[in-house]
Design a protein. Structure first.
Length: 203
């Protein structure tokens, strides 16, 4: 059953907790999970850069996301260091089915505001699910060092989730953000049910 506290559940809004078997699978394939995690951090940094490029006229967005680029790249370096410290290698980047499916749900046409909203909510969604997965790792991995390692990531990504929601509310009416976020949460459940549970993937 769901072991996330009500508090965490409320923060993230996720409708479907991760299958408890996932953390055991992840613990069995550390090189793969760390590699996948490293690329997730790299993609987070890259996406923040592309949002800054695309929405360069939005002062608050640019100001808020500039330091996140540095932070996500710092996360990438931490994970890379962890791989090397363990004598493991950064493997190849895989196709990210979870993120591809989220992108497929984004509004394609319509207003500029609507597309920006979906870009920000996509980021909030990835941060929320990553945070939930890191929480699982911080509680369920056997290696105590890694449990602490993942606790720090969990806290950081929770902050990013809140930041993307705040930005969404800055550029859109709150009620609209809430309505669209509920649609994202419902859609994410379908994605989570459809994609295979794999220990070598963060999501
Ligand atoms: Fe990160
Ligand atoms: Fe993040």
């Amino acid at each position: 059953m769901n072991t996330l506290s009500e508090h965490t559940k409320n923060i993230l809004g996720l409708q479907l907790p991760t299958d408890p078997r996932w953390v055991s699978l992840a613990g069995l394939s550390l090189e793969a999970i760390l590699t996948d995690h490293a690329y997730c951090e790299q993609k987070a940094a890259l996406t923040c850069i592309s949002l800054i490029q695309r929405y360069s006229d939005k002062v608050e967005l640019v100001t808020q996301l500039a330091p996140i680029v540095t932070e996500e790249w710092g996360h990438f370096r931490l994970v890379l260091h962890e791989l090397h410290r363990r004598g493991l290698k950064l493997g190849v980047q895989r196709r990210d089915e979870y993120v591809n499916r989220l992108i497929a749900f984004q509004q394609k046409g319509g207003s500029e505001e609507g597309r920006l909203l979906d870009h920000l909510l996509t980021m909030a969604m990835i941060e929320a699910r990553s945070c939930e997965r890191f929480k699982r790792l911080s509680e369920g991995l056997e290696d105590e060092y890694l449990r602490n390692f993942y606790r720090r990531f969990m806290e950081s990504e929770a902050g990013h989730y809140a930041l993307f929601i705040d930005l969404a509310e800055l550029y859109n009416p709150k009620e609209l953000v809430r309505k669209r976020w509920r649609e994202w949460l419902e859609h994410e459940v379908l994605i989570m049910r459809e994609i295979e549970l794999r220990g070598d993937r963060i999501h």
